[in-house]
Design a protein around this ligand. Structure first.
Ligand SMILES: CC(C)(COP(=O)(O)OP(=O)(O)OC[C@H]1O[C@@H](n2cnc3c(N)ncnc32)[C@H](O)[C@@H]1OP(=O)(O)O)[C@@H](O)C(=O)NCCC(=O)NCCS
Length: 182
């Protein structure tokens, strides 16, 4: 069992996707979609206004206590989105899952497949007991992804997250180790 606090993000593969560690030189590809207001509609960050902003975002995502992956077509180079585990708690063996995908690639099962790879790896190799995820109540696509992953909705966190336009409610989902069999 490896310690997620010491780990780097390993390469993970499904039939259709390759996940590899996110890198600072992914900034142009991430900026290309994170600058899209539709992508940022339900995220905690506003649409990226410059590649500099994307570089800061990637610095945070590749820093301590976060495990982040770039999502690529299997064997390909074109970044289609990102998936990451944050808010890792060593004591509680818990983490929070998050993802986003470039708008032109929505609706192909990419977020679900990428998140499934990360969940499976995390339960098997990091000894996590519980993975959480939150999404804004209006974010039907994200909610659907979390449901497809087998995550249970536990309730609504009232005005729990602050972003550029004020406080927002968040729906809290989770999946436990024993539920993440397949
Ligand atoms: C949420 C997001 C990551 C989903 O990525 P994706 O690769 O398109 O997801 P998938 O294709 O795996 O699954 C999407 C599901 O949502 C469904 N869906 C999409 N839009 C929907 C809507 N408006 N209402 C209901 N369901 C919707 C799709 O039909 C699909 O479900 P299905 O397989 O049962 O048909 C992507 O929309 C995104 O990046 N959004 C912007 C960033 C974001 O909100 N990230 C999450 C923050 S919590």
């Amino acid at each position: 069992m490896s310690d997620p606090f010491e780990a780097t993000s390993p390469v993970l593969e499904s039939d259709t996707l390759t996940l590899r560690a996110l890198r600072s030189d992914d900034a142009p590809s991430v900026f290309a979609y994170a600058s899209d207001p539709e992508v940022a509609r339900y995220t905690l960050w506003p649409p990226h206004g410059s590649e500099e902003q994307t570089r800061s975002f990637l610095k945070m995502l590749t820093g301590p206590d976060i495990l982040s992956w770039a999502i690529l077509p299997r064997g390909g180079e074109r970044l289609e989105g990102i998936v990451f585990l944050h808010s890792l708690s060593r004591h509680h063996r818990r983490a929070e899952l998050a993802f986003n995908v470039a708008r032109g690639r929505w609706g192909r099962g990419i977020a679900t497949e990428a998140a499934r790879l990360v969940l499976r790896y995390s339960f098997e190799h990091y000894g996590l007991n519980r993975v959480e995820a939150t999404c804004m109540p209006g974010n039907a696509a994200s909610r659907r992804v979390l449901e497809k992953l087998g995550m249970a909705r536990e309730g609504r966190l009232r005005r729990s997250h602050l972003r550029h336009d004020g406080f927002h409610d968040m729906d809290l989902f989770s999946i436990l180790r024993e539920e993440a069999g397949g």
